[in-house]
Design a protein. Structure first.
Length: 379
């Protein structure tokens, strides 16, 4: 799948052997905090049909906090405080998993549960472990049901929404596509609730400032944590990992069957798929620091060069050699991500210097680049 696919193509085993489907809280949980079981059963019917057709499905399911909040009688859907959210998640997750397992079991499909935190996918070793588990489950014909481990996650180490988690899981699972089931048909030129002239954007080849300006950061239901901005970030992560991503309406019964039959959606086209460490770098959500570069360095990076000290104009953050850092252009846009060859202090001392002047400043033989091209991925 190297060109812009139709939404239906994502539901094709031939075109997309492994598909990640994200289900949001507002779709799965009713306003009174109960599971929308009939709707969920229709979605599971769709998943069973895709599985019978040879497509492997991975589910990223929200809903634990909303379900737990009702059982515990917590205000604001369990989101009044971090402690409430953690307690609600611990209580609701067991009910959520049981529901998925029962409905999938009705189709003789085995479900598996995986709970992850941001650190599990940002740390290289733990990412590889999660990836190996996912791929083995898929090979065994199991449907993994994944959620963020909100019972232990804190504000500093959490995804915060399952849109971005779904994109990272797609990368770990080697999926060719992601479907984010939402309460709207996709990305509109403006918020359709406020602007009757807003039009659906059916395909996006590149996420730029114009596309980002169309997004609305709010969550319409009040139960979820992701709005359109989080979905654009998920699309960036997925497409940079070589997976197409669709935002589709999940409010109807049998939402996947509806999409396969020509339902409306916005599809973000995948870029070239990287490999190994570069693929992991492209999907990361956190960085220890930033280096800003001038126009000349930006042009050189685009041609495949390493980042040299001469092209750096600013160094921010606290990082050491080997940490992940972001590379920004003069406009403040992140254009690349890579592993630092210097710590922040030395990088700041040598920024703007030509290579032949670095040794005198540092007092030791310099490394060839601030970030080597073999440890860097363009975004």
């Amino acid at each position: 799948m190297t060109h812009a696919p139709s939404p239906a193509a994502l539901l094709s085993a031939a075109a997309c052997p492994v598909l990640v489907v994200k289900v949001g809280s507002a779709l799965l949980v009713a306003p009174d905090g109960t599971v929308r079981r009939e709707w969920l059963a229709s979605l599971v019917d769709d998943i069973a049909a895709r599985t019978s057709a040879g497509q492997r499905i991975v589910i990223v399911s929200s809903g634990a906090i909303a379900l737990g909040a009702r059982r515990l009688g917590l205000p604001k859907g369990g989101r009044a405080s971090l402690e409430d959210a953690q307690a609600a998640a611990a209580t609701g997750q067991i009910a959520l998993s049981q529901c998925w397992a029962e409905l999938l079991g009705d189709h003789a499909i085995t479900a598996a549960q995986m709970l992850v935190t941001l650190d599990d996918l940002e740390d290289r070793r733990r990412f590889l472990n999660a990836s190996a588990t996912l791929r083995r489950l898929i090979a065994l014909g199991v449907v993994p049901v994944i959620n963020e481990n909100d019972s232990v996650a804190t504000e500093e180490i959490r995804f915060g929404d399952n849109d971005r988690l779904a994109a990272r899981i797609a990368q770990a699972a080697g999926a060719g596509g992601v479907v984010l089931l939402s309460d709207v048909d996709g990305l509109y030129t403006a918020n359709p609730k406020n602007d009757p002239e807003a039009k659906l954007v059916e395909s996006v080849a590149r996420i730029d400032a114009r596309i980002r300006a169309m997004a609305d950061g709010g969550s319409a239901s009040g139960m979820g944590s992701g709005g359109m901005l989080s979905k654009l970030e998920a699309a960036r992560i997925a497409t940079s990992a070589g997976a197409h991503l669709a935002i589709a309406n999940g409010t109807h019964d049998h939402p996947l069957a509806r999409l396969a039959a020509g339902g409306r959606a916005t599809v973000f086209t995948a870029g070239p798929q990287g490999k190994g460490r570069k693929l992991w770098l492209a999907g990361r959500m956190t960085a220890r620091g930033r280096i800003t570069v001038d126009a000349g360095a930006q042009a050189a990076l685009a041609k495949g060069s390493s980042l040299l000290a001469a092209g750096a104009t600013a160094v921010d953050g606290k990082f050491v050699r080997g940490d992940v850092i972001e590379i920004l252009n003069a406009s403040g846009e992140t254009i690349a991500r890579g592993l630092a060859e210097y710590d922040a202090g030395d990088a700041a001392r040598i920024m703007g210097l030509r290579s032949d002047a670095i040794a005198e400043v540092l007092g030791y033989a310099p490394r060839s680049a601030l970030v080597h091209r073999d440890q860097m991925v363009l975004l």
